[in-house]
Design a protein around this ligand. Structure first.
Ligand code: NAD
Length: 388
């Protein structure tokens, strides 16, 4: 096979950007043959623009059709259900982030993927940024020794009240399943765990409507503890401007700081633990080798689409395997549960039943109203790329 046919489920902002990209011939080996949306006006517009494509209002019908693969770009609470249906039908599946809003459903999804022969990827487009990939390589290769602490301040996701008012599903427990932790921060939570691994437990403080008139959090701080004694702090917000995007990872043999599109790396000549244990001096300077790396333009969504296509056609390794999606969701579900339970320390894996029970309660009281979805612009937005 040197060309796969794909059906896109959900052609709002994100799905129509994927549609225009693929139909515009930007992904080698992939063509769009079908689209699905519950909004018939969007289907009509897509059909007018790309006359050859089939249209569906029910995703099950699209999945049953003769497409080789599907891209799922619907609101997050539907992600796992639709992906399970696609994988069970043997369709290669590329799922938008997050994997879902509940780890319970993401676990079912991963179990389904385990028994499926189909390729399963997730749109963690920020993994294509060379600085994060470089940091991961250094850390996994032992280049900073054992991690002591990571601190990520990612507060440059500024959004206005107009943004939150632009769709009634937005920033509601029922429509979206959360705020900044489930919408903007999944990219960063994923990369945090991609580089530093998964924490053993999490304590969090999430502020509901600190900067906006919304029922979910627009500000959160997570304190994470790891099995080997490392700790981590993750701070995010949609209310600060200009905000900060700064990741610092300190280890026993070096340090990494990523900020303003530069990765700074100090590699120590000796391990701090060994020096502390063995030195006869009280105050010592440890020599270090310093290097810097600059951010290159990331391939972003197109990079993930091309990689997914190559994985289907020639078995290329996925940059973001779909089963990785659960990791950042474990962290955000744990953060919510911590906040809901009086900032209690929450062990991972999260108690999915307890999380679902409280979320359901919040959804029952949610101000969500099903209504018109937003107008789609059909192109990738700079606000979805890494911003320094
Ligand atoms: N990777 C990224 O950078 C990125 C950026 C933006 C959005 N996203 C993700 O993409 C997803 C969609 O976000 P969006 O901004 O495009 O939202 P959107 O509201 O603009 O689009 C969602 C579309 O799904 C359709 N839909 C709803 N229920 C459906 C169903 N049952 N069957 C078929 N279609 C259905 C809606 O009518 C709408 O057209 C979200 O999960 C979001 O997190 C990812």
């Amino acid at each position: 096979m040197n060309m796969i046919s794909v059906g896109i489920i959900g052609i709002g902002n994100m799905g129509s950007a994927h549609l225009n990209c693929i139909a515009g011939g930007e992904i080698c080996g992939m063509k769009v043959t079908a689209v699905c949306d519950i909004d018939v006006l969007k289907l009509k517009a897509a059909k007018e623009k790309y006359s050859g494509i089939s249209t569906f209002t029910d995703y099950r019908e699209l999945i049953k059709s003769d497409v080789d693969a599907v891209i799922i770009a619907v609101p997050h609470p539907l992600h796992a259900d639709i992906a399970v249906c696609a994988l069970n039908s043997g369709k290669h599946t590329l799922l938008e982030k997050p994997a879902d809003i509940s780890v319970t459903k993401a676990r079912i999804l991963n179990e389904t993927a385990r028994y499926s022969n189909a390729v399963f990827g997730i749109m963690f487009n920020q993994r294509t940024n060379n600085l994060f990939a470089k940091a991961r390589k250094i850390v996994k290769g032992g280049g900073i020794g054992k991690i002591n602490r990571s601190v990520w301040i990612i507060t440059n996701w500024y959004r206005t009240q107009h943004y939150y008012d632009s769709g009634d599903w937005r920033a509601t427990w029922k429509g979206e399943g959360g705020g900044v932790l489930i919408n903007q921060a999944p990219h960063n939570l994923d990369i945090w765990q991609w580089i530093c691994g998964m924490p053993e437990n999490v304590t969090a403080f999430c502020s509901v409507g600190k900067y906006h008139n919304i029922e979910v959090e627009d500000d959160a701080a997570i304190y994470a503890c790891y099995k080997d004694g490392a700790t981590g702090v993750f701070i995010t917000s949609t209310g600060e401007y200009p905000g900060t995007n700064r990741l610092e990872i300190d280890g026993t043999a070096g340090k990494i700081v990523i900020e303003n599109g530069i990765l700074k790396y100090w590699k120590l000549s000796e391990d701090t633990e060994a020096v502390s244990r063995e030195s006869a001096d009280s105050f010592v300077q440890i020599d270090s080798e310093y290097s810097e790396f600059s951010a290159q333009p990331e391939t972003a969504h197109k990079g993930i689409l091309q990689n997914f296509t190559n994985a289907v056609i020639s078995g290329e390794e996925l940059i973001a395997p779909g089963t990785d999606g659960i990791n950042e969701l474990e962290i955000s579900n744990a953060a919510y549960l911590s906040e809901w339970c009086g900032n209690k320390k929450i062990s991972l894996p999260v108690d999915g039943a307890e999380f679902d029970k409280i979320l359901l309660q919040k959804q029952k009281n949610s101000s969500f109203k099903a209504s018109e979805t937003e107008r789609s612009d059909g192109s990738y937005s700079r606000r979805w790329a890494v911003r320094w």
